[in-house]
Design a protein. Sequence first.
Length: 151
Amino acid sequence: MFDIGFWELVVIGVVALVVLGPERLPVAIRTAAHWIKLIRSTANSVKSELEQELKLQELHNDLKKAESLQMSNLSPDLQESIEQLKAAAQSVNRPYQPQPEPQNEIRPPQPEPAPVADTAPVAAVSEPELVELTAPPVLPDAVPVKGEVKS
């Protein structure tokens, strides 16, 4: 691709070792490898999207040809394209159809409905126990505070 031979790579490696040093060279190699992977994955995704768009455009052109022939006396390749287009349309519509709920799903407990008022007497509710809170003890005035002068 770039027409770089083995000895050119060796020279680049030696220069990188001299410039970056042995401590920073592994980090630089990992960073470069990460960027190369990112660029390759982006290029592959763009390539696959373009191929998909070209295929879609071809199917669209085949559909126009089929419509111009009034869907009769179609060649086998046009008929196959129409079948592929129908299958693609069904696969696109499938996710929007309601799915049945799975039976083994864990759900949070639902609150029980409020009971209907009965005519039975209501049991007496006991009052909560009261706890007295006491104030913290007061320090005597005899203890001098730092920086305070007693007279």
